[in-house]
Design a protein around this ligand. Sequence first.
Ligand SMILES: NC(=O)c1ccc[n+]([C@@H]2O[C@H](COP(=O)([O-])OP(=O)(O)OC[C@H]3O[C@@H](n4cnc5c(N)ncnc54)[C@H](O)[C@@H]3O)[C@@H](O)[C@H]2O)c1
Length: 337
Amino acid sequence: MINFAIVGMGHIANKHMEAIEKTEGANLLAVCDTNPDRLEMVPSNVKKYTDLGIMLQENPEIQAVSICVPSGLHAKLTKIVAEHKRHIIVEKPMSLKLEDAEDMIKYANENGVKLAVVHPNRFRPAIREMRAKMDEGAFGTLSHANATVRWNRNQAYYDQAEWRGTKEFDGGVLMNQAIHDLDLMLWLMGPVVFVQAMAATRLRKIETEDVAAAVVQFENGALGVIEAATTVYPKNLEESLAIFGETGSAKISGRTANFVETWDFEGVSEEDAEQVKQAIKADPFGKPGHQWIIEDMVEAIKEDREPVVTGADGLAPVKLILAILESAETGKKVILN
Ligand SMILES: NC(=O)c1ccc[n+]([C@@H]2O[C@H](COP(=O)([O-])OP(=O)(O)OC[C@H]3O[C@@H](n4cnc5c(N)ncnc54)[C@H](O)[C@@H]3O)[C@@H](O)[C@H]2O)c1
């Protein structure tokens, strides 16, 4: 049995709790939040703390910790957990600064612990199908890709906690929402070499951008178009990811990108494509992404291997977003190396 702890008992911690509960070989031993009110909903058999260091010192049996605090605190808490020699699962975005992401990888390596980053959308059934097609080479020479996030996060969402919408602790629509889609784009299309972008704060009273648009070029020569907004009236409209190549076109869409809208490949009949669409429609969400991540950490510890979503994987979309923001700020094309 692998003993887990969670630090930061807000919204997303619930998904970690459920995932640990459902995972064979995982046990939730302790939780921690600096706000004691947040510990009240935790079952009585789980130990409760308001200080991470004390929780780790008093419970040497804790082997892995899920870090679910505001994003700007991920690096600081990763350091504490790594120095206590416990494995780490850190929520997205891994960090808001490139140096923090690099440090987090260093802390994990120096202390010999595993570092996994929560990018749960990689495990969506439709996305896994798309990845399989990419691995087969079914798209042929790639032309371009498109990631669209047309969502609504109203002012009340940003006002629910002081850290939301701040540069220091949250980031804007790119770091908080669209990072999922940028991670998928990078995972499917490979690294980006340059970015040209614009961003604005149009409708929400926040420090960060609520709408952004970018064009990118991937290392393989294909282009990419990104549109991300939390300003869409009156509710979430669309999250989609499309890839176009010489012998294939695929688009995954819906309010959240869980459904196959387009599935056209050379050598794949219309009937077969329809079958893929219907199979996904029958089970669009599959096993929760957080459960994949917890199960993977259990196996990674037992098998002493890297988690499937590594620190380097978590760093890549952070780097891309920082380049998009730099381009938006300077009006210049930014080259990534
Ligand atoms: N993977 C996903 O789909 C997903 C979805 C939502 C949020 N997130 C990420 O999860 C993180 C948390 O988001 P949330 O919506 O749960 O936030 P939240 O505000 O609901 O919860 C954060 C909690 O952390 C606690 N906290 C703050 N500083 C702490 C510290 N030093 N030690 C212990 N506890 C501390 C707060 O008291 C609060 O209870 C963010 O990084 C966010 O981007 C990921």
